[in-house]
Design a protein around this ligand. Structure first.
Ligand SMILES: O=P(O)(O)OC[C@H]1O[C@H](OP(=O)(O)OP(=O)(O)O)[C@H](O)[C@@H]1O
Ligand SMILES: NC(=O)CC[C@H](N)C(=O)O
Ligand SMILES: [Mg+2]
Length: 508
């Protein structure tokens, strides 16, 4: 689940870099592994800085001052394909045709075929295992076909329309054509989010694409609108051109954006993440009442910081049971779920959360979290709650049991790693050490989100029900990605991580 951004300023003498840098910082929760910015300055020259690490680690003032130009693209990465090698940090760049830079959020499901096509038919050299590099090269190859000295909007729309036919999976993308402008487009199912905003200046409007509206809002951009599934938007200094290139596909935004990934102050596809999380907490409370019936003996509701706080608060309010912050969160440790490697994740749950005995001692506690994926967090904190003196520990999840892999940009590719795969609720409770586990029902989760935009008929809920909206995910594909991306193979790949690849001038 990466974060992407692109900016074009009305003033051609302006610097796009500060907005991109700040924007990436505001999207940091979507990817902590790598960050990058490419800007386009005078004479169409590109300036790049990218590398592994958080935004604050990758860029320093000196580098930022040298990212010249009034337009640019940026990326924060949470790897879901390839490795976490520095050479796969985005944006990616191809010089031909026209000098294109590109950043992607999502995951392709037909990457293998595209790789063969680019090699055998298009004769394009691919230098990494990243699926985003494939997407960029498909776009470049399609643009190349125009054979023109310079492209125009029509050519770009045609190239993206063809790309929609060639590429399957999830992809929200931003691109920049040197000396021309910026582009945003979203896959035909709209699995990953992308919004566009504008900011009024004395020279005209600045425009910015970002994964989430919260980033735009904080930078003073207004009139935020979602890029629609199957739509492409091209912005030059002269005009904004939008085109719906694919119609008739089911819109299916990823429900996990609302459950976990997105910031609660974002609005995605017309739905406030905050409101959706409140509704999830309320529905979860009803599920808790149903589960316990007359034997309800919960003394206190405690959230698992950070993401579940809003839902837990509303759950406690609906249950009319005290809400208490029993875990202290170390603000200097990032999100643990998106960290690479099970050992790192486990260690960081302990570094991040600490149970306060005075809220646990002698009490029956209901811990509320947004989700249970590998069970890393729940296992550790249930033990912490017990060590802090809790009598009984119940665990409630705002989403249903996650039993199937995500293949659209969340790194949970292996069924074996999912604590709920092949287990019923009692077995899960036993595995994570809880006295009872209470899961949200899928219909209630969907309704909590959909209620705020009933025009969306479907959400991507494949991790709960294995219905993959792109229609190309079968057992054979799952076996393949399981082999490629399980924790063991990823650890082996990580040993290769010092590769800085070709297009990387990451120098401090
Ligand atoms: O079952 P698991 O594999 O542990 O995954 C689920 C947990 O991971 C996430 O928290 P994370 O620490 O990433 O982020 P947060 O601080 O935003 O809650 C999520 O909110 C759950 O707490
Ligand atoms: N989480 C994402 O969106 C990742 C984008 C891309 N698949 C990568 O691994 O770099
Ligand atoms: Mg969490």
């Amino acid at each position: 689940m990466c974060g992407i951004a692109a900016v074009i300023l009305a003033d051609p003498r302006g610097m796009a870099c500060p907005d991109l840098y700040e924007g990436l910082g505001l999207l940091q929760h979507r990817g902590q592994d790598a960050a990058g910015i490419v800007t386009c300055g005078p004479k169409g020259r590109l300036f790049q800085c990218k590398g592994n690490g958080m935004v604050r680690d990758v860029f320093d003032d000196n580098q930022l001052l040298r990212l010249y130009g009034s337009l640019g693209v940026g990326h924060v990465r949470y790897p879901t394909a390839g490795s976490s090698s520095m050479s796969e940090a985005q944006p990616f760049y191809v010089n031909s045709p026209y000098g294109i830079t590109f950043a992607h959020n999502g995951n392709l499901t037909n990457a293998r075929e595209l790789r063969v096509f680019l090699d055998k038919i298009a004769h394009r050299h691919i230098n990494t295992d990243s699926d985003s590099e494939l997407l960029l090269n498909i776009l470049a190859n399609n643009l190349q076909k125009t054979g023109k000295f310079r492209v125009n909007e029509e050519d770009i729309f045609t190239a993206i329309k063809d790309l929609y036919e060639q590429c399957r999976g999830a992809y929200a993308c931003v691109a920049m054509v040197a000396g021309f402008g910026i582009i945003g487009f979203r896959d035909p199912h709209g699995i990953r989010p992308l919004v566009l905003g504008r900011r009024s200046t004395s020279e005209g409007y600045d425009y910015m694409f970002a994964s989430e509206s919260a980033a735009l809002e904080a930078l003073g951009f207004t009139d935020c609108e979602d890029v629609k599934p199957g739509e492409a938007v091209i912005i030059t200094r002269e005009k904004v051109t939008r085109r719906q290139l694919v119609t008739g596909k089911t819109m299916a935004p990823c429900i996990f954006e609302f459950v976990y990934f997105a910031r609660q102050d974002s609005i995605i596809d017309g739905i406030s993440v905050y409101k959706a999380r409140l509704a999830m907490g309320e529905a979860l409370a009803r599920q808790v009442v149903k589960t316990f019936g007359d034997s309800m003996d919960i003394d206190v509701v405690i959230p698992v910081p950070d993401t579940s706080r809003v839902a837990a608060l509303q759950c406690s309010h609906t249950l009319n049971i005290l809400y208490r912050e029993g875990f202290n969160r170390n603000r200097y440790v990032g999100r643990t779920f998106i960290m690479p490697g099970q050992q790192t994740r486990r260690k960081n749950v302990r570094r991040k959360l600490n149970a306060m005995a005075l809220e646990f001692h002698g009490k029956n506690v209901l811990l509320v979290d947004d989700s249970i994926v590998r069970g890393t967090t729940s296992k550790e904190i249930i033990q912490m709650a017990r060590d802090a003196g809790a009598k009984k520990v119940y665990f409630a999840s705002c989403s249903p049991a996650i039993r199937y892999p995500n293949v659209y940009g969340i790194d949970m590719p292996s069924r074996k790693e999912l604590v709920a795969h092949g287990r019923n609720d009692d077995e899960i409770a036993q595995e994570i050490g809880a006295d009872k586990v209470i899961y949200q029902k899928q219909d209630d989760l969907v309704e909590s989100v959909r209620h705020y935009n009933p025009s969306i008929e479907k959400f991507d809920t494949a991790v709960f029900d294995s219905c993959y909206v792109t229609g190309d995910v079968d057992d054979a594909y799952m076996d393949y990605i399981e082999g490629e991306r399980n924790d063991e193979s990823m650890t082996a790949l990580a040993d290769d991580n010092d590769c800085v690849g070709l297009h990387n001038n990451f120098v401090k």
